[in-house]
Ligand binder design. Structure first.
Ligand SMILES: *[C@@H]1O[C@H](CO)[C@@H](O)[C@H](O)[C@H]1NC(C)=O
Ligand SMILES: *[C@@H]1O[C@H](CO)[C@@H](O)[C@H](O)[C@H]1NC(C)=O
Length: 529
């Protein structure tokens, strides 16, 4: 081969390789902790040369900071402010964290329904501002996006995708009773060993627990189909101009990127278009700010405890925060507590309170012994990444479920915010630090997390680019989407077989009785003769 050709060959290979093409990505995000997760994906896509545009309602945190982003924000001006949304959300969280546990199930259901309806009503207003805005739709159309990435916490992402004829991908944690991924995504979830999320069970279930799990699945199916999705089904049908449902539209997702992995999940069946990318936002720890590092080093051999109830729980009651501070003051460790509420008077000399902490860097610090957490998915994954055992104080949403998983895996102790005493908290921290099994399990799970052929973020980005290159991933789509529920469970076949067997038995019985009667009458006749 001539020199000229050998120089040309790599160039040719590069230009034919599908890996180098870049595209444009449209994102329908969710706020707060969900945003952190999506942002990791968007940052990586931008770093690889893709154009990323985010449809951002004006009340989102990202629209209200001075932070600059490496991607384009298409801000949707909505008729309510960040303060309005924050206060609704705080009401919701306050109810879920503090009031719900004292109520009857029916009251909980009606109150949750009211609170959720309010949030969904606003969601619909935002959706209107996009799908009914011809000018915006034209603009989006002319941008020639290749894919839409959606967080289904708030509906509408899939509707925008269908309107713009774009393939779309979900970034998802779970829905109560796995309803969305099960009923809309088609992921098999046998109730005998796949515990429904929010049901509080593990994969080891006794008879009554299996029954409870199955009934929970069924109740969620009814609630979602008959209550939660009703209005949306009508809305989606109106916007698309043909009868459809929210669930059917969700089922068109090319891929579901689930924000967990087998370090966290119980083994379960899944489909080829489900990829488990938990912990994709996790990174090695960076050095701490100087003042904080000094404090951490002053802990000596006892080490430190990191304590955060997340960004949504801004304050505890005075009584509760005093109790917590008192408990923390009794620990030999130094404590770093993220807390925005009033500083309790019982705060010990070993405890420092901050409005914000570099949580990932702290969890990755060699002096960190334990993590007291509300159990949000992001924080739990940072603890898994760095192998730190946890004391879980779940408050709302997926938190009880997350802590349930970590408890079952032996790397967490769970406390109840409503009933715990100072002694419980001290005992829990001591258990997790001094009973070696918790640290051993944390390290083992961390090793499982790190021992993957391709890192979660790279897998997530691979599938996004795959769908962009191939304009979808229809070859991964199971035919279950085309079946009705009774066909899916083969109920029609079972019913047919039962009828066949019944008919057969009926004919046999009829023939026998007929023959017997015949024989009987012949015998009678011969006797007479
Ligand atoms: C937190 O503070 C707000 C405003 O001061 C108050 O309305 C709310 O009840 C407090 N939360 C708790 C748990 O005490
Ligand atoms: C440590 O914790 C494990 C799991 O809870 C428990 O089975 C074991 O008895 C504990 N060991 C000690 C020495 O307390």
């Amino acid at each position: 081969m001539s020199v000229k050709w050998s120089l040309l060959l790599p160039l040719l290979l590069v230009s034919f390789s599908p890996l180098v093409s870049t595209g444009s990505v449209l994102v329908w995000p969710a706020d707060h902790s969900h945003w952190i997760n999506l942002k990791s994906i968007m940052d990586e896509l931008t770093a690889r040369g893709h154009q990323v545009t985010v449809l951002l309602p004006s009340f989102f945190q990202a629209a209200n900071t001075h932070e600059t982003f490496p991607f384009h924000l298409e801000v949707i001006s909505v008729p309510f402010s960040k303060a309005d949304m924050d206060s609704s959300l705080q009401d919701f969280i306050y109810f879920w964290s503090y009031e719900m546990h004292e109520m009857s199930s029916w009251k909980i259901f009606t109150k949750l329904y009211d609170l959720m309806s309010e949030l969904l009503e606003r969601n619909k207003i935002i959706c209107d501002l996009i799908v009914l805005n011809e000018k915006l739709l034209k603009k989006l159309e002319s941008a020639h996006f290749d894919i839409l990435i959606s967080d289904p916490l708030a509906p509408c992402g899939e509707l925008v995708a269908v309107k713009l004829h774009l393939p779309f991908i979900y970034s998802f944690r779970f829905s109560s009773g796995n309803t969305m991924e099960r009923l809309c995504g088609g992921i098999p979830s046998p109730p005998s060993y796949v515990p429904a999320s929010m049901g509080g069970l593990t994969d080891q279930m006794a008879f009554l627990q299996r029954m409870g799990n199955m009934l929970f699945y069924l109740s969620q199916d009814v609630i979602f189909h008959q209550v939660i999705w009703k209005d949306w089904n009508k809305y989606y049908s109106e916007v698309l101009g043909r009868p459809t449902t929210l669930c059917e539209t969700m089922g068109k997702a090319e891929m579901w990127l689930i924000r967990t992995y087998w370090d966290f999940e119980f083994p379960r069946p899944f489909l080829p278009n489900f990829e488990f990318v938990g912990g994709l936002h996790c990174k090695p720890a960076k050095p701490l700010p100087e003042e904080m590092e000094k404090f951490v080093q002053s802990s000596g051999e006892h080490g430190i405890v990191v304590f955060s109830l997340g960004s949504m729980i801004k304050n505890l009651t005075d009584e509760k925060s005093a109790m917590v501070a008192l408990a923390l003051s009794q620990l030999p460790q130094k404590v770093i507590w993220r807390y925005k509420g009033k500083r309790p008077e019982t705060l010990g000399a070993n405890t420092r309170v901050y409005d914000w902490i570099p949580q990932n860097d702290l969890l990755g610090h060699p002096k960190t012994k334990a993590f007291i957490t509300h159990g949000g998915t992001n924080g739990v994954y940072e603890a898994i990444y760095h192998g730190i055992p946890m004391i879980g104080i779940p408050m709302f949403a997926d938190q009880p479920d997350n802590i349930g998983h970590m408890k079952a895996k032996g790397m967490a102790v769970e406390l109840n915010i409503h009933t715990m005493t100072a002694k419980d908290l001290v005992d829990a921290v001591n258990t997790v630090i001094h009973n070696a099994t918790y640290k051993e399990n944390a390290v083992r799970i961390s090793q499982i997390h790190h021992d993957q052929p391709v890192k979660p973020l790279d897998r997530a980005v691979f599938w996004i680019e795959f769908v962009m290159r191939h304009k979808g991933a229809k070859h991964l789509r199971v035919a279950a989407h085309d079946l009705t529920w009774y066909q899916y469970h083969s109920l029609d076949v079972i019913a047919f077989l039962i009828v066949c067997v019944a008919l057969f038995v009926f004919i046999v019985v009829k023939c026998c009785t007929f023959c017997c009667r015949k024989c009987g009458s012949i015998r009678k006749k011969s006797k007479k003769e």
